[in-house]
Design a protein around this ligand. Structure first.
Ligand code: FE2
Ligand code: FE2
Ligand code: FE2
Length: 161
């Protein structure tokens, strides 16, 4: 139940941020603030519940890397291709584009984890660059555009050491 509560609170957090954005667009400033405030509260709940199950969910870093690698591999090879196929069958082209980019990006995430598994003792710490459109993650500065979605290099957010 703690785990399910965590999932529920985490979902509520993102949903309420979207509600706040909508309220702001409709000129309802106070309501936008209310949604933002309660989103922040649900984030507190999610964090608190996650903390309670941390010993179960969060292992040592080598295990966490292995687990994250498997997870990314599985969603890029199973879940997203399946979603993509259904979106295409239903002629939902925007969903299909998002699923197809996510499938590719998760594959790249898996590769980064795989490389990290072998470099875990390497001491040098270097930045990562995350595409704010599709989620592609690079360990080198992007020269022109995102290789997955074509977004300009300005769309990348740097995750500094
Ligand atoms: Fe809550
Ligand atoms: Fe991922
Ligand atoms: Fe991208």
């Amino acid at each position: 139940n703690i785990f399910n509560a965590f999932i529920g609170e985490a979902k509520a957090y993102f949903k309420l941020l979207a509600y706040a954005e909508k309220a702001a667009l409709e000129g309802e400033e106070q309501i936008a603030l209310l949604f933002n405030a309660i989103a922040e509260a649900e984030r507190v709940h999610a964090t608190r519940q996650l903390n309670l199950v941390k010993e179960i969910l969060v292992k040592d870093t080598a295990t966490n890397l292995e687990n994250s690698f498997e997870q990314e591999k599985s969603i890029s090879e199973n879940a997203y291709p399946e979603f993509l196929k259904e979106a295409e069958e239903e002629k939902e082209m925007e969903a299909a584009r998002i699923f197809s980019q996510a499938r590719d990006v998760e594959g790249f995430h898996a590769k980064l984890y795989e490389r990290a598994i072998y470099k875990i003792i390497k001491k040098k710490v270097e930045a990562y660059y995350v595409c704010q459109v599709c989620g592609y993650v690079a360990d080198k500065k992007i020269r022109k555009v995102c290789p997955v979605c074509g977004a300009q290099k300005e769309k990348f957010k740097t995750i500094n050491p």
